[in-house]
Design a protein around this ligand. Structure first.
Ligand code: SF4
Length: 441
């Protein structure tokens, strides 16, 4: 009899890709994917703890399975990822949700098959959290779900210890994969027909191959020199590691998308210092200047936190000023979320909720107006998108251009997985609408 799995993923792209690895492990055990949670024989929650709301969201969804588990007692429920990796959280999870069968952390995802077999053999819950700085595991099976895009981890963990961030505590220290393994994986994906490769890491530009010492610039250069009609992206970059050499490599290769995510977090030097970001606003602006010099049409995107402990009105004004100056193509804005175990969690002078709310609303308005302006610049011009699906609601195909803008269009033929040249006639927010000029690939 067929057995099915269903994975619920929270958080960033790194987690989405880790869910592809979990899916690969489950497929190796003979499970098949299903869309409906009620039909699953095993449900895996791949959690995130970067922000409190992602954690609460996971708690809510896990709690909702209590009834289903009571009605379907052989169903296995597993909770993994960053949330249980935090100190004492696995025990808390077990206490709160005794019907959860398996709890595992970020460092032992690769052992999930063993835990499932262990759970099948006994009644008790299997709770396994490994406390280590992590390792690099090669050759894990992956069940990729995002064709024509493929995600490739090049490094794991983080050494930066930004004072607000839990990642170094739950993902361990930085460790890079050997460049040969990364390049082989990319070659394999290109042979399988993938058209867009995104290199992933908490801090991709501090990549350093343990064999031969190849740095991130070198890796980008090597991969973008491979044969084939494909695009290359990477995320996320830390501004302190962003160099002129990296800007030069982006400029030298058409295959590397002219789109760089460079999280600034704040425009105030005082707050950047308290955040332990290791750069000032003027350092950041200099990096942006270099990037714009080498890649003039580069879409620069960012992350910004408002309401960090001690953030004054003046600090916030400096953030607004920096956003205006850089002219970001888009930005993810967040209200500071206190994470127990981080340095910032012990800082005094919490910003009142209503102040943070007012600041985030002002920032969102500013960012949205810039986003609209950037989108409007495409109207009347041609842009190439990689078709990644069909929007049933809109009745239109969709695909992203190299700058990260989503383009929607009509097509009589199935253009899924193809590069499509569009003439843009309308922009709406971050979306573009256009007509096909040419189809490639
Ligand atoms: S660079 Fe800072 S924000 Fe990014 S993962 Fe590392 S500690 Fe967290």
């Amino acid at each position: 009899m067929k057995q099915y799995f269903h994975i619920v993923t929270y958080g960033c792209q790194m987690n989405v890709h880790e869910s592809e690895k979990i899916a690969g492990l489950l497929a190796r055990l003979g499970y098949e994917s299903c869309d409906k949670i009620e039909e699953a024989d095993i449900v895996v929650f791949n959690t995130c703890c970067i922000r409190e709301n992602a954690e609460n969201h996971a708690y809510g969804n896990i709690g909702m399975l209590k009834k289903l588990k009571a009605a379907k007692r052989n169903m296995i429920i597993a909770v993994g990822g960053c949330l249980p990796q935090q100190i004492k959280k696995a025990e808390e999870l077990h206490e709160k949700f005794p019907f959860v069968d398996i709890i595992f952390g970020t460092h032992n995802l690769g052992k999930l098959e063993d835990y499932i077999l262990e759970k099948r053999a006994r009644k008790k819950a299997v709770i396994k959290i490994e406390e280590c700085d992590g390792s690099v595991i090669e050759g894990e099976p992956k069940l990729r779900t995002s064709y024509p895009n493929a995600w490739v981890n090049i490094m794991y963990g983080c050494n930066n210890f930004c004072s607000y961030c839990i990642v170094p505590y739950v993902r361990g220290r930085e460790r890079s994969r050997c460049c040969e393994n990364v390049i082989e994986e990319v070659k394999g994906l290109l042979n399988e027909g993938y058209k867009e490769i995104t290199l992933l890491g908490q801090n991709v530009n501090s990549y350093l191959s343990p064999t031969g010492g190849m740095k991130f610039n070198g890796l980008l250069d090597k991969i973008s020199s491979l044969d084939g009609d494909f695009r290359l992206r990477f995320m996320t970059s830390h501004p302190k590691d962003f160099s002129r050499e990296l800007a030069e490599v982006i400029a030298a290769h058409d295959k590397i998308c002219n789109c760089v995510h460079l999280p600034v977090q704040s425009g105030s030097d005082r707050i950047l210092k308290a955040m332990n970001r290791k750069y000032t606003s003027s350092d950041y602006l200099k990096k942006v200047e270099i990037l714009k010099k080498y890649v003039p049409d580069c879409a620069i995107t960012t992350d910004i936190i408002v309401g960090f402990p001690g953030e004054s009105e003046e600090d916030f004004r400096q953030t607004v000023k920096l956003v205006e100056e850089v002219d970001f193509a888009s930005a993810f804005t967040f209200v500071y979320s206190k994470r127990e175990g981080t340095k910032a969690a012990t800082m005094p002078d919490a910003v009142p909720e209503e102040v943070s709310k007012r600041r985030i609303m002002e920032l969102i308005e500013l960012v949205n107006s810039r986003t609209r302006e950037h989108s409007a610049r495409f109207v009347g011009k041609n842009t190439v998108v990689l078709c990644e699906g069909y929007d049933e609601k809109k009745g239109l195909y969709l695909g992203r251009n190299e700058y990260g803008r989503m383009g929607y269009f009509e097509s009589k033929e199935d253009v899924f997985g193809k590069f499509v040249d569009l003439k843009i006639n309308k922009a709406n927010g971050i979306s573009l609408y256009g007509d096909i000029v040419n189809v490639r690939g």
